[in-house]
Design a protein around this ligand. Structure first.
Ligand code: G6P
Length: 492
């Protein structure tokens, strides 16, 4: 079984599973590990991609309980098993459901729509039907594994119908929902032919969490406008036979800051960082980008901006490198294929035009790496470039701050990442403004030591004070309190 950097299990020692079921259940489309069947038929488990898993894995390791999710392979039934101190409860998906529910409705309808329509969302009735069927399956599986009165925490856009379905099956449960991606304004959300179903699905929860206050207020505005329920400040009082209250608030997610810092300071990561630098020819400045290969991440704009800095001679390819890692993602979805080709082409063109024999100015790696290697990359990044066109939070920005040793690193961050609300001392950019982005990248690279350190000190303070533990505690304490969470509202 795959083990990651922290091995301690269920450190608060609270039993979260009994014979009657689990008292704490996380429900997410992804499990923390993906089942991979090799060519020789051998089975392997790998850490699943993305911010959701990075964030929730330490929460589960600490609290124990059950994680209900898909194991990443089609047409396979997998038995529940124990992993790092909690139970994994796999939900199967057929190959057809992977196409319609996962690649289709989740990632070619909702994903682009919720990210400002930076790619065109497609609407197909059969995709939505598959989404309903799969959400019902997740709700039924959860209803089976949850103990009476358990706390169930449903995650992300793939499962927005689950809270309501689950409440119908199990009204005794305490149901929370957290959306990891942006929740769009009414002007965009209204396109969705199933907008009312989606809102009613979420309203099945006692507490719905968003990354930023704007997400919560977009949601409440839509509930007021598109349903008959009564909205009062940060909550909706449901009309109908089941008169519960659904509260909507912002809970900006974070990372296991100490875990990342420890990993980056481990002898292995330090050695790997030295090796990496040597492999890159010991350049005097290293710019780094690490993203899932996703069109929301602003890769086209970033690569163009960096390419221009090299071709104009502002950056010298002999002593500067731009290392860009793009983790393969959703590879069968058309937009992702197009993006891959575009980036290959752009990088190839820049590298063939700039520089000479030897290491190219842009080192582009389309691959996934273990966390220790990522930590080594964060260690060597003099300037980390995080420029999404829209992003719910962006945990890479926070991981960099946790991992980069000392105070001399610099973070360039898009205004359109949720993280920009908290990481105010980053060098902010509008990724659509290429000249502006080039200027800010250069400012980050050449700023005075004093300025850079002042900024990094504030950033490090932010991520060490706001950790994933605090995030989970805050959400779950509010969920336990049901509607009585104080009078303050942060939905504005
Ligand atoms: C984002 C989403 C997650 C998702 C992850 C990886 O972080 O918010 O829900 O799991 O991307 O994407 P994938 O489609 O591979 O699960």
């Amino acid at each position: 079984m795959y083990k990651d950097f922290q091995e301690e299990t269920n450190v608060n020692n609270t039993p979260q599973s009994t014979e009657q079921g689990a008292t704490f259940v996380v429900v997410a489309n992804r499990l923390p590990v993906d089942r991979i069947v090799g060519e020789d038929g051998e089975i392997d488990w790998q850490t699943a991609p993305g911010g959701l898993v990075t964030a929730l894995e330490p929460v589960m390791r600490q609290r124990g309980g059950s994680w209900v999710g898909w194991h990443g392979a089609p047409d396979e039934e997998v038995e529940p098993f124990e992993h790092d101190g909690y139970t994994i409860e796999p939900v199967p998906l057929s190959a057809q459901e992977v196409v319609e529910y996962y690649e289709g409705f989740s990632n070619a309808t909702l994903w682009p729509l919720y990210h400002d329509s930076v790619a065109f969302p497609e609407y197909h009735r059969e995709w939505y039907e598959a989404y309903e069927v799969v959400n019902q399956r997740f709700a039924e599986k959860t209803a089976q594994v949850a103990a009476h009165g358990a706390t169930v925490w449903v995650q992300d856009y793939q499962l927005q119908l689950v809270p309501r379905m689950l409440r119908e099956l199990r009204p005794d449960l305490n149901i929370g929902f957290f959306l990891h991606i942006p929740f769009p304004p009414m002007e965009l959300f209204d396109q969705l032919p199933w907008r009312v179903e989606m809102l009613e699905g979420l309203l099945g929860a006692d507490l719905v969490g968003f990354q930023v206050p704007g997400g919560a207020s977009n949601f409440l505005r839509l509930v007021r406008r598109r349903t008959e329920h009564r909205v009062d400040r940060d909550r909706a009082k449901l009309v109908g036979p089941d008169q519960h209250t659904c509260v909507a608030r912002a809970y900006p997610i974070s990372i296991d800051t100490q875990g990342f810092a420890d990993l980056a300071n481990s002898p292995e990561a330090i050695a790997e960082a030295e090796q990496l630098l040597a492999d890159l020819g010991n350049p005097s400045k290293v710019f780094v980008g690490i993203d899932r290969l996703d069109y929301t991440k602003g890769l086209r704009q970033r690569v163009r901006a960096m390419g221009e800095l090299f071709s104009e001679g502002t950056l010298d390819p002999h002593d500067t490198v731009f290392l860009q890692v793009a983790t393969p993602s959703r590879e069968r979805v058309d937009e992702y294929r197009r993006l891959r080709d575009d980036i290959d082409l752009l990088v190839g063109r820049i590298n063939s035009e700039v520089g000479g024999v030897g290491r190219p100015p842009i080192v582009y790696l389309h691959a996934s790496f273990p966390r220790a290697t990522m930590a080594a990359m964060y260690r060597i990044a003099d300037v980390m470039i995080v420029t999404p066109l829209r992003d719910g939070m962006n945990l890479v920005a926070k991981e960099y701050i946790a991992c980069n040793p000392g105070l001399d690193g610099a973070l360039v961050l898009s205004e359109f990442a949720g993280a920009a609300r908290e990481l105010r001392q980053a060098y902010m950019v509008n990724p659509y403004d290429l000249n502006g982005m080039k200027e800010v990248v250069m400012k980050a690279a050449t700023d005075s030591t004093q300025n850079r350190r002042r900024r990094m000190r504030a950033l490090k303070k932010q991520v060490s004070e706001n950790t994933i533990d605090k995030w989970a505690d805050k959400f779950l304490t509010d969920l336990d309190a049901k509607g009585d969470m104080g009078k303050d509202t942060n939905a504005g």
